[in-house]
Design a protein around this ligand. Structure first.
Ligand code: CO8
Length: 262
């Protein structure tokens, strides 16, 4: 894996062959999401996507911030045409093409684009110090990378509207109660606890994990009827994998399955 200027990438995270860690690394500006940083994130994710050894990716920041938003310094004088030419939105869209599970491990601030990046992951594990929000309204703009859409789906209209119109933050427990966060853990053990979850997923059948992720995501894109049909087809598809045979045989033989990703 090449080295990057704004992120750190660790394969074989904690000596686990199937877990990788991507860490945002602009601590002086609370991991503000510059164009270069986002490009690097996407490049690293695609490289991990192509690596058959990697089954689960953890995306994290540092103790103080997951990310405090898009880089305001880069945006302050921008025109709409600058924004279009910068093509940042294409970079963000590419996140959705990653088929492997990405877990956001959030300590500290996840604001604006930082909250949107965490919500673009498959689920969020938060340290108890984490704070989420879409503060764009406070600087005269609105969320631009899915905040009004994803936050609303996660929190419901009333709580999302309150957050987006005031710019106020939610703490980790509020975010968990509202369904934005999957689990809250002590801030000091965030990465350890997230790694434990990643290991569980990494031990599951990779093809089934991929098809399950696709099916859950489809529930946001389609009607219940079409989503059920999509799920059923993915269910059928798992029966073409060797791992499905292995999983069911292992259950019947009362042993642990050994999944190869085929
Ligand atoms: N961009 C650039 N620099 C930042 C950002 C940011 N988003 N956030 C913090 N910094 C910098 C500060 O300027 C400061 O730098 P310096 O030390 O040189 O003065 C350093 O990080 C530390 O920050 P603070 O001193 O402000 O730290 P505090 O603990 O006092 O406050 C806060 C922490 C509350 C997080 C505060 O820094 C803050 O409010 N930050 C801005 C949050 C914000 O408004 N985020 C939304 C940005 S807009 C956005 O994300 C739109 C997304 C659209 C995506 C579109 C993609 C295509």
């Amino acid at each position: 894996m090449k080295t990057f200027d704004n992120i750190l990438v660790t394969k074989n995270y904690r000596d686990h062959q199937h877990v990788a860690l991507v860490q945002l690394n602009r601590p002086k500006v609370l991991n503000a999401l510059s164009t270069d940083l986002m490009r690097e994130v996407v490049e690293a994710l695609f490289s991990l996507e192509d690596d058959r050894d990697v089954r689960v990716i953890i995306l994290t920041g540092n103790d103080r911030a997951f990310a405090a938003g898009a880089d305001i310094g880069q945006m302050v004088e921008a025109t709409p045409i600058d924004q279009i030419n910068d093509n940042r939105f294409r970079t963000w869209k590419q996140l959705a093409l990653i088929t492997k599970p990405i877990i956001a491990a959030v300590n500290g601030f996840a604001l604006g684009g930082g909250c949107e990046l965490a919500m673009s992951c498959d689920f969020i594990v938060a340290g108890d110090s984490a704070r989420f929000g879409q503060p764009e309204i406070k600087i005269g703009t609105i969320p631009g990378a899915g905040g009004t859409q994803r936050l609303t789906r996660a929190l419901g209209k009333s709580k999302a509207m309150l957050a987006v119109l005031t710019g106020e933050m939610l703490d980790a427990y509020e975010a968990e109660r509202a369904g934005l966060v999957a689990r809250v853990v002590p801030a000091e053990t965030l990465l350890q606890e997230t790694f434990e979850i990643a290991k569980v997923i990494a031990n599951r059948a990779p093809v089934a994990v991929r098809l399950a992720k696709e099916a859950v995501n489809m529930s946001f894109e389609t009607s219940l009827k079409d989503g059920m049909e999509y799920e059923r087809r993915n269910f059928y598809l798992t029966f073409s994998s060797q791992d499905q045979k292995e999983g069911m045989r292992a259950f019947l033989e009362k042993r642990e399955p050994k999944y190869e990703g085929n």
